[in-house]
Design a protein around this ligand. Structure first.
Ligand SMILES: Cc1cc2nc3c(=O)[nH]c(=O)nc-3n(C[C@H](O)[C@H](O)[C@H](O)COP(=O)(O)OP(=O)(O)OC[C@H]3O[C@@H](n4cnc5c(N)ncnc54)[C@H](O)[C@@H]3O)c2cc1C
Length: 458
């Protein structure tokens, strides 16, 4: 079987490359290979009743399948160069923003119409943050919400399914450079193409390492972010979330001058577990539908760690800490801030008596036994700093869930066209180490599709 373009991975990166290719060149033969299933078959078996915790499915429905890791996410598309990846370092700041806005337009046209775009431009909150040694990062945020995000994906799938050959539950095993093209091998077949776009995301990180080894593409280690998810009454953060929805705030600790930042803020949201290669960590999302909203807001507080020689395995470090929390708590641990500060573990009775009702059933425990001192000190300092702009943040009953770990793929060496040293082999989205968000991954997909179309015209 021969294609003009083969795309590996049907996450936002893969979806938006396919969309841009077939929209502009309908006669192009494009195939998308995806390890997971079609969207409506993606189901996590955890039902809170018969299956309470992760049973390590061979293919995780949360991370894999049409829509990729973002399918059941909060659908926050941050239009910014300040965070979410370093795409602008490759393609330029203006181009990156232009593409993120283009993606936003497509999301609106495919079901996102009517969702709100929040912005930090002209906000008084920037000054209030600055007065309290906090920095509010610039961004516009389109919040689709988990429900609308799903609808957009359903509609994009309908458009693509008529124009692209999809191969679901078909993980690619090898990519081989052939004479002027590429051969893509699955468990039982081989496919040839002129150009190949790899967008296998975080879940494809191990496989990506193998591809880079086999094709001798240089890589560099990336950082890992470690911390906790904070849950508190939504009213405490309403002055921030009503205006900005998500505020990305950075603090530099007094003790070590480490940077701690807020991440993935979910007003009226829920705290959820996440499984990465069998390691259970914490995350959060929220719904656009008021009927599904809660009285709590949650967000992560993260500290970045980047290792160099002799230890380069930043992800391995993060995994070990997450494993320790899984060992002690059987999964995610929850602790009242007051208990943490008194050096005692939380017990179910104290969680039940808490003024904040947890939205995730986690094991009460002691995060002080899990997180390295330097990271824990950073989180505590940041909670007190946030308390100055949102009084009540450092209350005893504020809930901390751990651990939250953001793993990043190693950085793959690509040029300004996101192309590897093999002409026609592009690495995009989170698996490139260049992006780590929906908007940047999607924009990188549009970018390479246009590059391919331009090269084909030439
Ligand atoms: C719970 C959760 C919530 C999130 N919320 C947000 C948010 O609100 N805003 C935000 O900006 N970001 C969010 N993110 C991050 C965001 O989802 C990712 O940055 C984004 O999905 C990356 O897109 P991608 O296309 O690069 O990779 P992915 O979305 O990871 O897609 C990669 C796809 O490739 C497939 N694949 C892997 N290996 C192979 C193979 N060998 N062969 C074929 N297919 C393969 C996988 O099955 C997967 O479907 C969230 C992530 C999670 C897990």
């Amino acid at each position: 079987m021969k294609y003009d373009v083969i795309i590996i991975g049907a996450g936002p990166g893969g979806i938006f490359s396919a969309y841009e290719l077939v929209k502009n060149a309908p006669r192009l033969k494009v195939a998308v290979f995806e390890a997971g299933t079609v969207l409506n078959k993606r189901r996590c078996p955890i039902d809170g009743d018969k299956v309470k915790t992760c049973i390590n499915c061979p293919n995780c429905s949360i991370m894999s399948g049409f829509g990729g890791a973002g399918a059941f996410s909060d659908g926050k598309y941050n239009i910014t160069n300040d965070f979410g990846g370093t795409l602008h370092e490759y393609i330029g700041k203006e181009k990156a923003i232009e593409l993120m806005k283009y993606v936003d337009g497509i999301n609106l046209a495919y079901g996102g119409e009517g969702t709100k775009l929040y912005s930090t431009a002209n906000t008084e909150l920037k000054k209030i943050c600055a007065q309290n040694e906090l920095k509010l990062l610039d961004a516009s945020v389109r919040h689709l919400g988990t429900d609308v995000n799903y609808t957009v994906l359903e509609n994009l799938y309908k458009f693509l399914d008529e124009r692209v050959d999809f191969y679901f539950q078909t993980p690619v095993e090898h990519i081989e450079a052939t004479n002027g093209g590429f051969r893509v091998t699955t468990a039982d077949r081989e496919f040839d193409c002129d150009r190949c776009v790899v967008s296998v995301g975080r879940s494809g990180s191990k496989w990506m390492e193998q591809v880079c080894r086999e094709l001798e593409i240089p890589t560099m280690s990336n950082r890992v972010d470690i911390g906790v998810r904070v849950e508190l009454p939504a009213t405490l953060f309403s002055h921030l979330t009503d205006e900005l929805y998500e505020s990305k705030i950075v603090y530099r600790t007094e003790k070590y001058e480490d940077k701690v930042r807020t991440f993935c803020m979910n007003p009226h949201g829920i705290v959820v577990t996440e499984n990465t290669n069998g390691i259970v960590t914490v995350n959060g999302h929220s719904f656009n539908d008021p009927a599904k909203q809660t009285d709590n807001t949650n967000f992560a507080l993260l500290v970045s760690k980047h290792f160099t020689d002799p230890f380069r395995d930043s992800n391995g470090y993060g995994e070990s800490i997450a494993r320790l929390s899984n060992m002690l708590g059987g999964g995610v641990i929850v602790q009242r801030f007051g208990d943490l500060m008194r050096g005692r573990r939380s017990k179910q009775k104290r969680i039940d008596e808490c003024f904040v009702t947890p939205t995730l059933k986690a094991e009460p425990g002691d995060l002080g036994l899990v997180l390295p001192k330097r990271i824990l000190d950073g989180v505590i300092e940041m909670l007190y700093a946030l308390d100055k702009i949102a009084p009540g943040t450092a209350n005893d009953d504020t809930l901390l869930y751990g651990v939250e770990v953001k793993f990043y793929n190693m950085e793959v060496e690509v040029n300004a066209n996101l192309e590897t040293k093999h002409d026609g082999l592009y690495i995009i989205g989170d698996c490139s180490g260049v992006t780590h968000s929906l908007s940047h991954a999607s924009a990188s997909g549009v970018f390479v599709a246009r590059e391919i179309l331009n090269k084909m015209k030439a």
